[in-house]
Design a protein around this ligand. Structure first.
Ligand code: EPU
Length: 418
């Protein structure tokens, strides 16, 4: 298993480019199941979760050709409308094939995800929504089986709580349903908007993506399309924190500043200088001294739960006490005890973490528990005295493409060890 070896204490300087968004590319890949024509996606990050989704699509019947960050997908026929446990347990976003499979072939068999490092993460809202669109659903042997032999029909789906992949799954189901579907309390994340943009290019009729009410007029068939995935706001945000925590001067290029607005606002309140040199860049300049600012995670446009761990690493270096509240997932503080091993002063009480800073961190052996937790350990290590060895970096490889090479190019002392 790979490890990262990081020697902290170097301020990061220069330019670092954001990749295409993993969480946008995943539903876009699944959307290729909706048509027998080719779908070409550009700016698909070459990370492990994307490879997992590509494997799943190949098993289902999609021809997948990868050329750098361009992926050509072609599904003339659904061969096996199934997502097996072996894949779903490694990546919960596999459930994104549920909606498109039922919509295209009237049948899907998808493993239930089971437990996860950050919370229970059920898919009951995906299932309820599909039932409202007329699918019949049975659960047995750890799988759910959805059938709609006569096709899906439009309906109003009200989400009990906001779900990102649930909204995406239902959107992909609704585009081929008969009549109008209205998704209420829908997720407003940029990734949902990006998926809607792709589906519209494929011939879907969708209004309101990016708001909490999405209206879809079902069409008989969708065609092929070519689409470029949006920038990864979580990767961009992670780099902004890297610049700030190390007291550096870092410009994150090829990003969408609006999508990281909540993080930038918190950083500015903390006294960190963040400016926007042009439409697709953000520059962070920091002396390494800044104030604590409380933060609560929320659905977009609130502060992303996927940046909570990185923000907590930042707050270990801030003057004062920061209260960090996690409202989206019930168990997303696994990074806190690892940061504490490096010297951070963090107390957890249910959904709330109290981070007292600034504490000087020292290098230690730490273990990555999930994707974003791993990113926060990298950030802590970049500012820690001495050497940190992060074990189980396969978690970080799920969502960050060659993060060690990108950080090394702006001055970080980081390398991968087998
Ligand atoms: N929920 C339910 N029932 C459902 C679906 C969700 O109770 O049927 C609950 C979840 O347990 C959670 C909350 O609703 O408490 C929100 O979950 P959501 O469904 O929005 O999460 P997700 O769609 O499974 C996506 C991202 C996550 C990100 C969350 C929240 C993808 C592939 N994944 O997950 O990204 O944390 O939205 O923004 O888009 C990551 O990239 O590291 C990551 C975990």
């Amino acid at each position: 298993m790979d490890k990262f070896v990081i020697t902290g204490g170097t301020a990061l300087r220069g330019e670092i480019a954001a990749n295409g968004s993993k969480n946008s590319a995943l539903p876009a890949l699944a959307a290729a199941l909706l048509t027998e024509e080719p779908v070409i996606l550009h700016r698909v990050p070459r990370v492990r979760d994307i490879r997992t989704m590509e494997r799943l699509l190949v098993d289902i019947g999609t021809g997948v050709e990868v050329d750098g960050q361009t992926v050509r997908l072609h599904t003339p026929k659904i061969v096996s409308p199934e997502a097996p446990y072996e894949l779903v347990k490694t990546m919960r976003a596999s459930s994104l094939v549920l909606g498109p499979l039922v919509a295209r072939s009237g049948r899907a068999r998808v493993s239930l995800p089971g437990g996860c490092a950050i919370g229970t993460r059920p898919i009951n809202l995906h299932i309820l929504g599909l039932e409202q669109l007329g699918a019949t659903i049975h659960q047995s042997h750890g799988y759910i089986e959805a059938v709609a032999p006569e096709g899906l029909r439009g309906a109003t789906v009200y989400f009990d709580r906001i779900t990102v992949t649930g909204t995406e799954d239902l959107l992909m189901a609704a585009v081929l349903a008969k009549g109008e579907t209205v998704l209420r309390n829908a997720a407003r994340e940029p990734e949902v908007v990006d998926l809607a943009d792709l589906l519209i290019k494929m011939g879907a009729k969708i209004e309101g993506a990016g708001t909490s009410t999405i209206r879809v007029q079902g069409v008989e068939r969708l065609g092929g399309a070519e689409h470029t995935i949006i920038a990864d706001r979580i990767e961009a945000g992670t780099f902004l924190v890297a610049g700030a925590i190390t007291g550096g001067d870092l410009t994150v290029t090829e990003c969408n500043p609006e999508h990281v607005g909540a993080l930038v606002s918190k950083m500015q309140q903390a006294g960190i200088d963040v400016t926007q040199p042009d439409a697709t860049s953000l520059r962070v300049r920091s002396t390494g001294r800044f104030r604590s600012v409380d933060m609560t995670t929320e659905e977009y446009p609130g502060f992303a739960t996927d940046l909570q761990a990185q923000y907590m690493a930042l707050m270990t270096q801030a003057e004062g006490i920061a209260i960090v509240v996690e409202t989206i997932f019930e168990n997303r503080f696994m990074h806190a005890p690892e940061l504490a091993r490096m010297g951070a002063n963090i107390r957890i009480d249910g959904k709330q973490a109290m981070v007292a800073g600034p504490r000087s961190l020292t290098g230690a052996g730490v273990t990555a528990s999930d994707l974003r937790a791993s990113a926060s350990l990298v950030l802590g290590a970049l500012v820690a005295k001495g050497e940190t060895v992060i074990d189980r970096v396969y978690h970080i490889d799920r969502g960050y493409e060659k993060i060690e090479a990108k950080l090394a190019a702006v001055g970080a002392k980081i390398h991968r060890a087998e």
